[in-house]
Each structure stands twice: as C-alpha cells, then as structure tokens.
Design a protein around this ligand. Structure first.
Ligand SMILES: [Zn+2]
Length: 123
C-alpha cells in the first residue's frame, strides 16, 4: 500500500464503480457522464475499462499538480472560454486542455508512469 508513497506520479484515485453520481451529474452537464474524477475519488456508472481508468487517473494527476482547487477553477475557466468561442457545450468540453490530454493519452499504455508534469498545459 505504501510502496509508492514517495512517487506521487504513481498515486491512483479511489474508484467507485456502479455509482449513481455520474447519472445525477449528467442532468447538469452538457454531456452524458460515464465517469468523473473528483478530489481523490473516481465515480463510474458501470465497470471501468483500462482506458477509462487511465483517463480518470490523468484527471486525478492534473488535480494533484494544481492542489485540486486550482484544477477545478481552471477547468471551469477553460470550459467558459471554450463555450464563448464555440457556443456549444460538448465542443467546449472536448476542447478543454484537461480533456485534450486525457482523451489523447487514455489508450497509451504506461503513459502515467512517464507523463510529464503539467502535460495539459501544452495541449
Ligand atoms: Zn475527462
């Protein structure tokens, strides 16, 4: 359990599968949410695939490097900026720098082990 204590890059969130939280959040969000990463937790509607697990762990790492609150604020800022630019909720979501990193790297095996800090900033 503590073998990666001094390697935060390898820290993983606590995962809750078959959760209702993504269902409830989808009523407020511009997209249908399958899984969501919040603080040290990930909630998924069903069972997580390796890709979904990597996607959400990338978000967990993004939050860690911005001390959580910083990522939540920036996520909202990027979303609003994109919404004004594209006038479309799903596009504003997909063009968010945090999502661009997560979607482009979710299928790359070993990405989390080699991921550069603040990789989203270069998206
Ligand atoms: Zn995402």
């Amino acid at each position: 359990m503590f073998k990666n204590l001094f390697k935060p890059k390898l820290w993983k969130p606590f995962v809750f599968e078959n959760s209702k939280i993504p269902v409830w959040l989808s009523k407020l969000a511009p997209i249908d949410i399958w899984a969501v990463s919040f603080f040290i937790f990930v909630f998924c509607r069903g069972e997580m695939t390796e890709e979904t697990r990597r996607h959400e762990t990338i978000h967990f790492q993004q939050q860690l490097e911005l001390l959580f609150v910083g990522q939540w604020i920036l996520y909202g800022v990027f979303y609003c900026h994109n919404y004004l630019k594209y006038r479309n909720g799903p596009t504003a979501y997909l063009q968010n720098k945090f999502e661009l990193e997560a979607y482009s790297m979710q299928s790359v095996e070993g990405y989390l082990e080699t991921r550069p800090r603040y990789a989203w900033a270069r998206m």
